[in-house]
Design a protein around this ligand. Structure first.
Ligand SMILES: NC(=O)c1ccc[n+]([C@@H]2O[C@H](COP(=O)([O-])OP(=O)(O)OC[C@H]3O[C@@H](n4cnc5c(N)ncnc54)[C@H](OP(=O)(O)O)[C@@H]3O)[C@@H](O)[C@H]2O)c1
Length: 397
């Protein structure tokens, strides 16, 4: 995904030479008197936002003292990051680069990496995340801890009136995922799960193409990897991270975004070297589904296997053509031939920037829609886990 240069900037209320507000009221006198009465309680604030072409556009807001206080405080969105591993450090770097954001606090159970990360970003170190989410000097919380903690921390932060940007997967159980989405909706805060896959211009192009190709027959995804890569040890731990289908949720999410939720799930897995603590060395995990809208889907992951180099491919078979990836490009193939699906034109903004903009604009609807997709995605991975445990197909509610 390309990084956008879009920026958000809050300019001070325009003043005349005497320092008084220069807002001209072109209304009836009665309205002016009324306006003057409420002037002690209100201010007009001009927020400069950037449109998708990078041009500055002005939006005038008449806001109350309470709201202006918020807007001033929100001239930079103050965020706290929880977790100081590889992902926490990457997010700290990304958010520090966003002009409208400021990394104010870092929390981690690991004091060594936590204090080092806080020092790098001139932020306060808070050992207990429950203390961090309650901090009044924060607008948003970024969650970069292990998979089994995302839901609990998200709910606590939302209940403390914080906006939340959490690493995927949304939750380690479907019930917990449903609770996060529910609390985010009732809180009116912006919940973003770090699923950046669907924001790319190539995903948007595939989506447009698929919409014109009739009914879905099959989606199939395969990923084979020789080693464990640079993944932290904890990912290959079943109780903490879930099965591969769950920590590879970013292969499921874009397919749910394209073709909707599923009604039936079946999973299977082989783990080599599985310990009582749930760690393992080599794995094969398959998931088969039936989509609610028709068609079947299949994912296969195999890791730590004997193969020279990694390979991965996806195929979406629709009644009017087959969409496939090869060599980093997407193609549509029919009986008449094959053509490339070029990415749609236009800038694409990072999910971190989008979250910050949504907080600034108090815009929750797109984030909520994506959170529902994230919930549908974990219904697949976690129902597959249940299917493996109970050795049966799972019919979703
Ligand atoms: N978006 C992406 O591209 C991407 C890539 C990789 C991973 N991820 C996701 O990001 C998350 C973190 O992965 P990672 O690679 O950064 O793992 P990591 O390097 O092990 O870091 C996790 C951090 O969270 C801390 N932590 C874990 N549980 C905690 C708890 N209950 N309370 C407080 N702190 C806690 C860990 O402390 P300790 O050091 O004491 O364990 C560590 O500081 C995972 O959910 C993973 O799926 C996303």
């Amino acid at each position: 995904m390309t990084q956008s240069t879009d920026t958000l900037e809050t300019k001070p209320f325009p003043q005349d030479k005497s320092g008084k507000m220069s807002k001209v009221i072109s209304a009836s006198q009665k309205t002016v008197i009324c306006y003057l009465r409420i002037l002690s309680l209100t201010r007009v604030n001009r927020i400069y936002d950037s449109d998708r072409d990078g041009k500055s556009k002005k939006i005038n807001h008449l806001v109350t003292h309470h709201a202006i206080h918020k807007v001033r405080n929100m001239s930079k969105i103050r965020i706290g990051i929880i977790g100081s591993g590889g992902t926490g450090a990457r997010h700290a770097d990304r958010f520090s680069e966003i002009e409208a954001a400021e990394v104010v606090a870092i929390s981690s159970r690991n004091p060594e990496t936590g204090t080092a990360l806080a020092e790098t970003h001139h932020a306060e170190f808070i050992s207990d995340w429950q203390v961090l989410v309650q901090r009044e000097n924060l607008d948003g919380v970024v969650i970069c801890t292990h998979n089994d903690t995302h839901a609990e921390i998200s709910i606590a932060a939302l209940r403390c009136d914080k906006h939340v940007f959490t690493e995927y997967p949304l939750a380690r159980s479907i019930d917990a995922g449903e609770a996060v989405v529910e609390v985010s909706q009732s809180s009116g805060r912006v919940l973003r799960i770090n699923h950046s896959e669907t924001g790319s211009n190539s995903h948007q192009a595939i989506k447009q193409k698929a919409q014109g190709l009739g009914d879905l027959l099959l989606t199939t995804f395969l990923r084979l990897t020789p080693g464990r890569g640079v993944r932290p040890e904890i990912l290959l731990n079943l109780p903490v991270s879930g099965p591969p289908a769950h920590f590879f949720i970013y292969h499921i999410y874009p397919i749910i975004d394209l073709f909707g939720g599923v009604r039936l799930v079946e999973g299977a897995a082989v783990y080599e070297g599985l310990t009582d603590q749930g760690n393992y060395n080599r794995f094969v995990n398959t998931v088969n589904v039936e989509f609610k809208n028709g068609g079947v889907g299949n994912w296969v992951w195999a890791g730590g296997i004997e193969i020279q180099e990694s390979e991965q491919h996806a195929r979406y078979v629709l009644t009017g053509g087959t969409i496939s990836d090869s060599g980093g490009k997407w193609h549509c193939s029919t009986g008449a031939g094959a053509e490339e699906i070029p990415p749609v034109d236009g800038p694409s903004i990072s999910l971190q920037e989008q979250w910050i903009q949504e907080i600034r604009n108090q815009e929750t609807s797109a984030a909520h829609r994506d959170a529902v997709t994230a919930l549908e995605a974990i219904r697949v991975s976690l129902s597959a886990e249940q299917s493996m445990q109970e050795n049966r197909r799972i019919v979703l509610k």
